[in-house]
Design a protein around this ligand. Structure first.
Ligand code: HEC
Ligand code: HEC
Length: 277
């Protein structure tokens, strides 16, 4: 389709979008199509950098994104050196790896692509633009090589590679609370479910040997707007408490939320608690 065939109103919207001056608040709340994070910066590289923080890429790929060694008795596995991957792969291949877990020619292991299926292509493009802005540095790590025992586990379905997990989780997410809470639902599906679970009911075991297990997020029903913003921005929970892994995750990741994103996440969770779903 050429630009000439587009309706004038859509063409105008496109041009405004390209000029980078459309304000999120100007777009109708019920805008159709995939959701995106708030565009705090019109510069795709800066937007992508913020998304990489919110989505926690450095938690696994390392602070400088040059990769970490996760090898153990189960086999050799490195989280990739993303500065080198960005130089090696095309934009489209990188976008596909992030959202589908498929590497050209093989399945990725333990890359949580199932979390990243929601964001609109424009957000994924910004993430890739950010990765491609990084100068390649550090070593290229070996590809995974897993033990017999691990492959047997995988064959029994006790462990899923990234594309299999994407497929298994594609129709799963926290309860849908309707259009008014679609933005909060979208953010939570891409971030909080990683630890608090798809149903947001939390877990039974402490994570990374630290603090308490992640609780049911309906707990946010008892948080004031200020208290919740303080947890997201500073990692300090209600009553001035330091809450282990959550405090760290908030400081690293959620301190980069915009005010509108914090408000949308809280509004969704308060509504979830009120509806008693
Ligand atoms: C829970 C840990 C974890 C998180 C969070 C994570 N990754 Fe990964 N990622 C991995 C692992 C492990 C691999 C290596 C998998 C393999 O080689 O089979 C990987 C591989 C990749 C690859 C493939 C690169 C290559 O050269 O093979 C890309 C691209 C990638 N991740 C991007 C991202 C981005 C962007 C984010 C944040 C939006 C992110 N990852 C978040 C664990 C993670
Ligand atoms: C990397 C894992 C992880 C992610 C991601 C995560 N959390 Fe948590 N969260 C935890 C853990 C673990 C705890 C329990 C901390 C403790 O008490 O030691 C927790 C506790 C909490 C609490 C309870 C604080 C209190 O009052 O005790 C709230 C509220 C919370 N998380 C909200 C969120 C929200 C909202 C998100 C997404 C924006 C999120 N969490 C993402 C791991 C995580």
């Amino acid at each position: 389709m050429t630009l000439f065939k587009l309706a004038p109103a859509l063409l105008l919207a496109l041009l405004v979008g390209l000029a980078g001056c459309s304000q999120p608040s100007d777009t109708p709340a019920a805008a159709p199509g995939p959701l995106r994070f708030e565009r705090a910066s019109a510069d795709p590289v800066k937007h992508g950098e913020r998304l990489s923080q919110v989505l926690g890429c450095s938690g696994c790929h390392g602070d400088d994104l040059t990769g970490q060694d996760w090898s153990d008795a189960m086999g050799t596995l490195w989280t990739a050196n993303l500065t080198q991957s960005a130089a090696k792969f095309s934009h489209d291949d990188l976008a596909a790896m992030i959202t589908t877990g498929k590497w050209p020619g093989r399945a990725l292991m333990d890359m949580p692509s199932f979390l990243y299926t929601g964001p609109a292509p424009a957000d994924v493009d910004a993430l890739v633009a950010y990765l491609k802005s990084l100068p390649p540095s550090g070593a290229v790590h070996p590809e995974p090589s897993m033990s017999e025992e691990f492959r047997a586990m995988q064959a029994r379905g006790e462990w899923m590679d990234s594309p299999t997990r994407v497929a298994a989780m594609s129709d799963k997410g926290p309860p849908d609370l309707g259009e008014a809470h679609a933005f909060g639902h979208f953010i939570i599906r891409a971030t909080c479910v990683e630890c608090h679970g798809m149903d947001l009911a939390g877990g039974k075991e402490a994570m990374e040997d630290e603090g308490n297990p992640p609780p049911d997020l309906r707990i946010v029903g008892s948080y004031s707007a200020e208290g919740f913003a303080a947890l997201m921005r500073t990692g300090t929970a209600a009553g001035g408490r330091e809450v282990g892994l959550m405090s760290k995750v908030a400081r690293r990741r959620y301190a980069n939320f915009t005010d509108a994103e914090v408000a949308a996440v809280r509004a969704y969770l308060v509504e979830l608690a009120n509806r008693d779903l």
